[in-house]
Write a protein that binds this ligand. Structure first.
Ligand code: ADP
Length: 153
């Protein structure tokens, strides 16, 4: 099964959406394998958003991600990377489809509630960036036979 990273951003924390975001992934049938609150730093954000470092708005993004601590979560499931990324919706909350997390709770490009990994490869690198191996729990999910058919697992 795949694992993927979700970061609940400071804006979502200020607006009281921690529970709402977690609830959506739980309802979908994904398994929470790791969760913690952490204060992001300049260093980790330069690494995490390396593809944006040269953009004029980079400092703004970085400041916005450090205003409060964030919640980082690891979610597990078959095709979890794709599912979680689709559930987040497009980057711009104004363009994200209604029913997605950004489509329902964001009207901004920058203040868009959560980060989600976009590929399986990036999910692995991002989980390693934010969690150590003792913080990821591979426990049995007892409702697994109600989530998947035998031949899917
Ligand atoms: P995503 O988070 O959808 O994977 P990106 O990796 O392109 O999108 O951007 C990372 C984050 O940087 C976005 O979630 C958003 O918060 C911010 N961002 C991206 N583009 C802009 C922009 N043009 N103006 C302000 N913030 C932006």
């Amino acid at each position: 099964m795949e694992k993927t990273l979700v970061i609940i951003k400071p804006g979502a924390i200020q607006r009281g959406f921690i529970g709402e975001v977690i609830h959506r992934f739980e309802r979908k049938g994904l398994q929470l394998c790791g969760i913690k609150m952490m204060q992001l730093t300049d260093e980790i954000l330069v690494e995490h958003y390396a593809h944006l470092v040269q953009r004029p708005f980079f400092k703004r993004i970085k400041d916005s991600m450090m205003i409060t601590p964030v919640i980082v979560c690891c979610w597990k499931g078959i095709d979890a990377v794709h599912i979680v990324h689709e559930m987040a919706g497009k980057t711009n909350g104004r363009e994200a489809s209604i029913g997605t997390i950004r489509g329902d709770f964001s009207v901004s490009v920058q203040e868009n509630i959560i980060h989600t990994s976009d590929t399986v490869e990036n999910a692995k690198a991002e989980l390693d960036r934010f969690f150590n191996e003792k913080e990821i729990f591979d426990f049995d999910q007892h409702n697994i036979n109600f989530l998947y058919a035998n031949d899917e697992i």
